[in-house]
Design a protein around this ligand. Structure first.
Ligand SMILES: [Zn+2]
Ligand SMILES: [Zn+2]
Length: 58
């Protein structure tokens, strides 16, 4: 089983712990990149940017 890739929030660059209410979802544009957002960035509606296609959104 592949473990735990280091998941980093795409909004603030902070590593995401399993204990917070972070969300992850495939990039809405290319679908190849899993976007992670920490609890705080979610609440603040901070922007993220996809590493591959540079799609950004709230
Ligand atoms: Zn964040
Ligand atoms: Zn993308």
């Amino acid at each position: 089983m592949t473990t735990y890739k280091r998941n980093v929030c795409f909004g603030c660059g902070r590593p995401i712990t399993p204990y917070e209410a972070a969300v992850h979802f495939p990039c809405p544009s290319c679908g190849d990149v899993t976007i992670w957002r920490c609890e705080r960035c979610r609440e603040m509606g901070k922007e993220y940017r996809c590493l591959k296609c540079e799609f950004s959104g709230p």
